[in-house]
Each structure stands twice: as structure tokens, then as C-alpha cells.
Design a protein around this ligand. Structure first.
Ligand SMILES: *[C@@H]1O[C@H](CO)[C@@H](O)[C@H](O)[C@H]1NC(C)=O
Length: 373
């Protein structure tokens, strides 16, 4: 009797929470969460407990190329004169008003969250704001404008910058506020797999070690933090797709015919790239699993799949700048799928998310937690 009453109450509760749960296309249509005292335990973490977001990554995270390209301007001029990094629109930490970004979704539920990147800028110069510090040796030293950006090896330097910036921000309680750090790196690594001066720095083994040490350092130097490891895209699939849509983008090659991705030059290179990309993903999963078996109350690592089957994507996902970086629609979609994955246990996350401009955003309810399992 008592048992069945409890069961009834439980199922009523489930019904209520299901009816509150909804999927919307604009975060503003989500019901607000009831205010509460932030969790003391990462097992009980809600999105509105997050007070700081940071990101480590490469040109994708920096929002390179989001707004596409004006075909009337030669690429070499555009790269010097145009603002090519739209950090404020980056799926990860962009904070431009109304942009579809993970930062903005958290901000909707927690108005005091800090750490957004805003606006746009020339590619390859580091910003004073928290968020990311892009190592831009390519763009600065070699003037390698298409692929600004970092490889996993650079995470350590980015992280030092992130930590010191977080510590220096006045309204942040570095010890006690909850933080989320999004990490996505690998595009430049896999492209470098065929470059003789690079290949030994970008093997899956090395990649895994660099990412692992960054996560280790986060654990030992940043209190109360959730690390969101986002898998890298298997870019080897892109070139075939974009080659059949050559009208869509302008600048797959620079004046010398270089695509900026040494592995894209021939089928062997593309295979190498695919192999490395798979290897990176494997390493990220290993890192996620390592921290699953080593949990604490104030630190967790979650992992987001992006095993994209690009051949099934529409070109709209890509920037018209280079058919390599994601477009604004691409970033908006990425923000939604990674956000939605935050509430699901690993076993229920979609393995091959399919690009969809009508993708919805999950509205968390009071009983939803960031799922760290
Ligand atoms: C929201 O979308 C997810 C993923 O498509 C789906 O599993 C879930 O049932 C949807 N929830 C509601 C309340 O529509």
C-alpha cells in the first residue's frame, strides 16, 4: 500500500517533469529555472550553477570564417583587412546578443555567468578577455591565414592564459564558483599529419598526451570545474564533398594552390587524416573514461560525440570562406547539439548527429542536472 502510494507520487512527479520538458528553437522560449543555492557537489550540478565558461581550442572555437566571404575581395586582401574571427558567434563561448551559443544558453538561465567572447576581430591576435588564447604562429609567422590556429600541443599555453585570467577577474570567486571549460582541438593536428615538420607532433599518441595533460592541469589548478571534451571533426570527408560544390566557396586554395591542409593533397593523405582523426577520438574517449573511474565531488570530464557523416550534410554547414570552417548556421547547430548532449548520459548521446537547420534546444527543468555519467 505505502509502496504503491510512493510509486504513484513518483509517477505523478515524472509526468509533471515530462510535461515541463520541452524542445524549442529559441532559448528564450524555455521556462526559467527556479532559483536555488548552487550545488556543492558536481553530481548535482545544474546549468545555472555555472558562473564562468572558458574554452580552449583552435580556429573553429575562435569562430573563424563564420560570416563567410565577399567574393569581390581577393583572399590575400580580405585576410589582412577583414575581421575573420567572429568569436562572439562561436558555438562554444560566443556572447553576442541573440547568437546561438552554449554561453548564451547558460547565460539565459544564469544571468551572472562570465567568460564570453564578443564581437569580431582580425584573425590570429590574442584577446584580453577570458575565453581563448589562440596560438597563432601560423598566421603571424607564416601568414597562414586560412588555418589560423592551434594544435593540441598548444593547449598548455592556452590554459596558462585561461587560468591566470580567471584568477584575475574581480567578480569571480575562483575557489568557489562553478566553471565549465569546453575543449575542442584537432583540425590542424590532422591536417598536419602529412607535413614532415609536423607529423611527429600530431600523432594520436601525442594528441592524447597533450589533451590529457591539459585536463590534468585543469584538475590540479582550477577548483570546481567541469571539462567538456568535444570530439574533433573528421575533416578528411570534407574535401570530396566541397569539391563537388566548388561554386559554394571561394577560397579552398590560396594563390599557390595550397589548401592549407597538407593531407588533403591526395587519397593517401586523406586516409592518413581519417586514421589520425579516429585515433584522436579514441584518445578523448580514453581520457573521459579515465576520469570516470577517478571521480571527485568537484571535478568531472564529459565527452561529446561529433562523429559527423559530412556526406549527409548540406553545404550550409560550411563557411563560404573556405568550405572548411563551420558557417553561422553550422555554429548554431553545433551549439544546440552539444547543449542537448549535456543532459544525457554518455550511453544516450547521439553518435552521428545530423546537421539540421531546424534543430531544437532542450529546455532543462528544475530536476535536470548536467549529466556527468
Ligand atoms: C526533445 O528532443 C529529444 C531529442 O530529439 C527527444 O528525445 C525528446 O523526446 C524531446 N522532448 C520533448 C518533450 O519533446
Amino acid at each position: 500500500m505505502v509502496k504503491s502510494i510512493i510509486l504513484n507520487v513518483l509517477s505523478l512527479f515524472t509526468l509533471v517533469s515530462i510535461s515541463l520538458a520541452k524542445n524549442v528553437t529559441d532559448i528564450k522560449d524555455c521556462p526559467a529555472l527556479s532559483r536555488r543555492t548552487p550545488s556543492v557537489n558536481i553530481n548535482d550540478l545544474r546549468v545555472d550553477d555555472i558562473k564562468i565558461i572558458g574554452a580552449l581550442g583552435d580556429s573553429v572555437t575562435a569562430g573563424f570564417g563564420i560570416m563567410g566571404f565577399d567574393r569581390t575581395v581577393p583572399l590575400s586582401i580580405a585576410s589582412q583587412k577583414s575581421k575573420l574571427e567572429y568569436r562572439g558567434l562561436s558555438y562554444s563561448i560566443g556572447g553576442d546578443r541573440g547568437a546561438g551559443t552554449m554561453y548564451n544558453y547558460i547565460n539565459y538561465f544564469q544571468p551572472e555567468v562570465f567568460g564570453a567572447s564578443v564581437g569580431s576581430r582580425l584573425a590570429g591576435i590574442c584577446t584580453g578577455k577570458i575565453a581563448i588564447y589562440i596560438y597563432s604562429f601560423y598566421s603571424l609567422l607564416l601568414f597562414f591565414y586560412i588555418f589560423t590556429g592551434a594544435i593540441a600541443m598548444n593547449l598548455d599555453g592556452e590554459l596558462d592564459y585561461l587560468i591566470s585570467t580567471m584568477k584575475s577577474i574581480k567578480h569571480i570567486d575562483f575557489e568557489d564558483d562553478w566553471k565549465m571549460i569546453n575543449i575542442q582541438v584537432g583540425s590542424n593536428d590532422m591536417c598536419g599529419a602529412c607535413n614532415t615538420s609536423y607529423m611527429d607532433k600530431v600523432t594520436p599518441e601525442k594528441y592524447g598526451n597533450y589533451v590529457d595533460s591539459a585536463v590534468d592541469k585543469i584538475q590540479s589548478s582550477i577548483p570546481k570545474v567541469i571539462v567538456n571534451l568535444i570530439s574533433s571533426f573528421d575533416l578528411s570527408q570534407l574535401f570530396e564533398l566541397t569539391a563537388t560544390n566548388s561554386q559554394y566557396c571561394v577560397a579552398r586554395k590560396d594563390e599557390t594552390g595550397d589548401t592549407g591542409c597538407s593531407c588533403a593533397a591526395n587519397p593517401e593523405g586523406l586516409n592518413k587524416m581519417k586514421e589520425f582523426s579516429k585515433g584522436y577520438d579514441q584518445k578523448l574517449l580514453e581520457i573521459y573514461k579515465k576520469y570516470q573511474s577517478n571521480k571527485s565531488n568537484s571535478f568531472a570530464v564529459v565527452y561529446q560525440h561529433c562523429n559527423f557523416e559530412f556526406s549527409k550534410f548540406s553545404m550550409e554547414f560550411f563557411s563560404t570562406l573556405d568550405c572548411f570552417h563551420p558557417s553561422l548556421k553550422g555554429h548554431t547547430w553545433l551549439s544546440k547539439i552539444f547543449w542537448n548532449q549535456l543532459f544525457l548520459p554518455q550511453s544516450q548521446k547521439p553518435i552521428h548527429p545530423l546537421f539540421n537547420t531546424e534543430e531544437t534546444i532542450y529546455c532543462p527543468t528544475d530536476s535536470d542536472r548536467i549529466n556527468i555519467n
